[in-house]
Design a protein around this ligand. Structure first.
Ligand SMILES: *[C@@H]1O[C@H](CO)[C@@H](O)[C@H](O)[C@H]1NC(C)=O
Ligand SMILES: *[C@@H]1O[C@H](CO)[C@@H](O)[C@H](O)[C@H]1NC(C)=O
Ligand SMILES: *[C@@H]1O[C@H](CO)[C@@H](O)[C@H](O)[C@H]1NC(C)=O
Length: 494
């Protein structure tokens, strides 16, 4: 196999026992980056690393044990390794444990514990965000904005001039600015210059002025900055109520740092009534913006390239960190049965586990899936009662399919009492909920009515007919009814 040169060097370094090289190589082998996947080699590298105290090795082992990839499935061991990883300062382990405590995976649900873990992680992300917000970066060329500004009266010529001169002095005429918002972005940029004292003397009063102007034009970044100034009392009187207002405004537009500060306020009860639940939701939001969401891309590309195992491991890793989409995707891949790194009898139980996690985060499709798994006995025992419970939840989340299934189950008395009227009601609801369901519903209702009629006139005949045709008898009945209908319509037309 023709691996790139750098990869060979990496392998060499890993062979010589350099921990950083070993970590990199182990990850490449596990996820299938830069070459083919080799789970076995990856596991042995990670085991060596973990023994040597590498928090990356410990986290990876936790992940492997939690799915039974390359090692025996063992949730207790997974938890131990994640704990080691967290103690060693691993942020991903922090996030995984946060998610575990938040939803109650292998540990009792515990909001405060979840809060602690998510906050540690969010603190580190916020630090990076603050560092990177020094100056606006990339996207739209400033020259274009300046052109637009000069024709815009409410932007003072003086400011344009100063800004332009400043940039010119730095020799930075190519400097680029986020988003095409033009004017507001320019104002915000000026505010940042005064806020950080770059090229101009630091002056919070000036900064505040520009942030306010930009905020007046609805710029989320400016809202966020105003929030920070009110929160910390820089240049203005500390005002938690206003801070809360601006952080909320900025959060609604996806300003990550504002979400972080909002979380801080709820976690500490500053300016608001303390709420662990809201704080965790907000911290989670910040954490999920982390750099590793790039894995979503590589996972997707791997799937497109038919590297199913590589894609699965990547999605499963993100699933472990609590991403609902990744939980659903992993489950979906598992049930496609194209997976080779797990034994066939592992697939459905794992898929069910992941559908459950996704469903608990509010995914209705996942909830429906759990119903199906219990109905058909995939990855668990066949259990109509449990299936009906999950279909019920999905039905209340407006799943027409779940309503249809419930109708069928009450029509036949599977898991719930046999009740034609209840069945009828579910069929009607399904048709109301989704136009796609109308045709199946019409057919099912016609069948229901005809069955009732037949039952009324010749109960004993039907049951005998039923035993003759076998378990598919209602299918035969449907076909019969449809043929009857067609004949009827034809007769009318004649
Ligand atoms: C500048 O103005 C033109 C025309 O009004 C517009 O198409 C363009 O998007 C603007 N550019 C920026 C960066 O706002
Ligand atoms: C900051 O700017 C204001 C004008 O907005 C000015 O009155 C003040 O003296 C400046 N402060 C410093 C420290 O330069
Ligand atoms: C048929 O009749 C029996 C008893 O007479 C009743 O329990 C059952 O629900 C009926 N089935 C239908 C489809 O109406």
């Amino acid at each position: 196999r023709d691996r790139p040169k750098a990869y060979k060097l990496l392998t060499k370094a890993a062979d010589m026992g350099y921990p950083k090289a070993m970590e990199k190589l182990a990850a490449d082998l596990l996820f299938g980056y830069n070459g083919p996947q080799d789970i076995k080699a990856s596991v042995s590298l990670y085991a060596t690393l973990a023994e040597g105290g590498s928090h990356k090795g410990q986290t990876a082992l936790g992940f492997l044990f939690s799915y039974g990839i390359g090692v025996e499935y063992n949730q207790a061991k997974a938890l131990i390794y994640y704990t080691f990883g967290t103690i060693g300062g691993n942020l991903i382990s922090q996030m995984i444990l946060g998610h575990h405590y938040w939803v109650g995976i292998n540990v009792p649900r515990n909001c405060e514990a979840a809060l602690t873990h998510y906050r540690n992680m969010a603190n580190s992300i916020a630090k990076n965000l603050e560092k990177n917000e020094d100056m606006p970066v990339e996207k739209v060329r400033l020259m274009e904005i300046l052109e637009n500004l000069s024709s815009n009266n409410d932007f003072l010529d003086w400011d344009v001039h100063q800004y332009y001169r400043f940039l010119a002095e730095r020799g930075d005429t190519e400097i680029q600015v986020i988003y095409g918002e033009g004017n507001a972005v320019g104002l915000w940029g000026l505010g940042l210059l005064y806020f950080h004292g770059k090229g101009v003397p630091m002056n919070y009063t000036e900064a505040f002025k520009y942030f306010q102007k930009a905020a007046g034009k609805g710029l989320a970044n400016a809202h966020g900055q105003l929030g920070i100034m009110y929160y910390s009392g820089s240049g203005v009187q500390k005002d938690y109520t206003l801070a809360l207002k601006y952080f909320s405004l900025a959060s609604q537009n996806g300003h990550a740092l504002a979400v972080y500060y909002l979380a801080q306020m709820y976690a500490t009860g500053t300016g608001v009534i303390r709420s662990c639940r809201i704080a965790v939701e907000l911290y989670r939001n910040v954490c999920e913006l982390g750099r590793w969401s790039e894995i979503f891309l590589t996972a997707y590309f791997a799937y497109q390239a038919d590297n199913i195992d590589s894609s699965l491991v990547q999605y499963a890793f993100l699933a472990e960190m609590g991403y609902e989409v990744a939980q659903s995707n992993s489950a979906y891949i598992l049930e496609s049965a194209k997976v080779n790194i797990l034994s066939k009898d592992q697939l459905y139980p794992l898929a069910l586990l992941l559908w459950k996690r996704a469903a608990n985060q509010g995914n209705t499709f996942a909830r429906l899936k759990i119903g199906d798994y219990h109905f058909y006995g995939y990855g668990t025992n066949r259990d109509y009662v449990t299936a009906a419970v999950h279909y019920n939840v999905a039905a209340y989340q407006h799943s027409a399919q779940a309503m249809f299934n419930l109708a069928y189950m009450s029509e036949h008395g599977l898991g719930i009492p046999k009740d034609i009227h209840v069945a009828r009601r579910w069929y009607d609801l399904a048709a109301e909920t989704s136009p796609d369901a109308s045709l199946p519903v019409i057919l099912a209702c016609i069948k229901l009515e005809v069955m009732q009629l037949l039952n009324f006139t010749a109960n004993w005949k039907l049951s005998r007919l039923g035993s003759m045709l076998g378990p598919q008898w209602d299918l035969f009945a449907m076909v019969f009814i449809v043929i009857l209908l067609i004949l009827l319509i034809r007769n009318r037309q004649n």
